[in-house]
Design a protein around this ligand. Structure first.
Ligand code: CTP
Ligand code: CA
Length: 243
């Protein structure tokens, strides 16, 4: 018998989702990591699959299990930002949507010590020099412009606390413009907020070029479960694809 043809707002579309955190090795037993749980990314992958898309989930280090692979959901595991970059480069080429929910380390140790770093008798502490990791999101946007192919809808994710002088929404607006992607999903973070939780509060911001096309200016606000937030993001991406 024939496999059922996927129905839903993303039927026939390919969606790449990145989730979780990266881990940057320092020596064979140590790494620099972050507190991303992977929950938002996994929720996005499941929502996109439920919307009928062919989904490729690129997952870093997560607190939760990766979803079980299905005919329309494949899972690839990575650890470092460099590995994530290589995986996104390959997967994004033929994708319609890229949802960049992974927490990518901005820096990695400049030198990997092949042998475990040991304490020394003089009581001195080692100095760890860092170097910048590639900006995978910004690079993907740039490559799309150069090669005239790649995802039509690229979505960035940012967790911002803001500070005394700057509102998180303002920071997110600036980040959206800097990255050049279509949408930016902002998580307002404070103590105990967002990381590892099942609920979240997001704002979906649209880039100027998207707003001009759709004639809208307001950031969409969603408070609820990470699954509800994911559904709103996926719906937005589907709407943009159709536009
Ligand atoms: N991102 C990425 N590559 C990086 C860092 C971030 O692709 N090296 C992506 C993230 O996956 C996310 C978006 O960029 O979708 C925003 O991440 P964020 O850390 O908020 O942005 P940065 O440009 O790193 O800014 P900041 O200095 O505030 O961390
Ligand atoms: Ca960062």
């Amino acid at each position: 018998s024939l496999a059922p043809v996927a129905a839903g707002p993303l039927a026939g579309r390919t969606v790449v989702v990145t989730a979780g955190g990266t881990r940057e090795p320092l020596d064979p037993v140590r790494y620099l990591g972050n507190r991303s749980s992977g929950k938002q990314g996994v929720a996005l992958a499941l929502e996109a699959a439920a919307a009928g898309a062919q989904v490729h989930l690129i997952a870093g280090v997560m607190d939760i299990q990766a979803p079980v692979e299905q005919p329309n959901l494949s899972v690839e595991r990575i650890e470092t930002a460099d590995q994530l970059q290589a995986a996104v480069l390959t997967a994004a080429e033929d994708a319609d949507v890229l949802l960049m929910a992974a927490a990518v380390a901005d820096f990695k140790p400049a030198d990997y010590a092949a042998a475990k770093i040991k304490k020394t008798d003089d009581g001195a502490s080692p100095v760890i020099t860092l170097q910048r990791n590639p900006d995978i999101l910004a690079d993907t946007v740039q490559r799309r412009a150069q090669q005239h192919r790649g995802p039509k809808v690229i979505v960035g994710f940012a967790a911002e606390t803001g500070d005394a002088s700057t509102d998180p929404l303002e920071l997110a607006q600036q980040k959206l413009a800097r990255k050049g992607c279509e949408l930016l999903v902002l998580n307002k973070v404070g103590e105990n907020l967002v990381f590892g939780q099942d609920t979240t509060e997001i704002y979906i911001l649209a880039a100027d070029h998207v707003q001009q096309k759709l004639g809208e200016t307001q950031a969409e606000h969603v408070a609820g479960s990470k699954q509800e937030a994911a559904a709103a993001v996926v719906a937005r991406a589907a709407q943009l694809l159709r536009s």
